[in-house]
Ligand binder design. Sequence first.
Ligand SMILES: [Zn+2]
Length: 222
Amino acid sequence: MADERYLRLNVPYADKEEVKSLFARWNHNEKFWYATNPKYYYRFAKWINTDVVITNSLGIVSAKMECWRCGEKTMVSGVGIQHNNMIFVTERLDLLNDFGIDLMIIPWSSAEKFIPTQLVQHAESNYHIKAAYSQAVNSTYLANTCSNCGALQGDHFVYGLTEEPLGINSEQELFLEEIPLLKGDLPILFEPNVQASPQTNLLSHTEVIRSKFSLTDYTIPQ
Ligand SMILES: [Zn+2]
């Protein structure tokens, strides 16, 4: 299983003959069924329970921005996924697919529902991401903070619809850290209310950097 793409499936015992007939394979050591060809993942949608699978790698996209409070340059970021690393396993999000995407940017506050804890820790250590408290919703959410003064950089400053660093019309130089997925492909819960920017013009001014870090634990906080 080392070099091939694979996707772990949630298969109840009663369905085992059915997945077998679709050419799912069985991992003897860890006792799970898995699919091996991303092209046919959609056939296993029933045992994936999400709409989107991320294949190969997951990214963090970043840019520089002036802090609204101290005026210093600080780094802001979000989850960034290249379109050729996204597999739509149901038809529910076909509209999004048809929209045209080269890089999907998802704010940390939306992504925290489906990204592994290990990735959050990486972002906290390297991108000034912190769990911030919001009085408005009386709960915490993941947010960009200034590396100089610590001020929260609200999502509207960072991912807004215009020329904001990670907005749809951004023309800034961006960096995409591509983080390899070592435990197989990663199904993500992509709910309709997840705020995301499908963008078709960003890769042309994005430097892609292969990360030294990789994801080995897909546990998501409950
Ligand atoms: Zn600042």
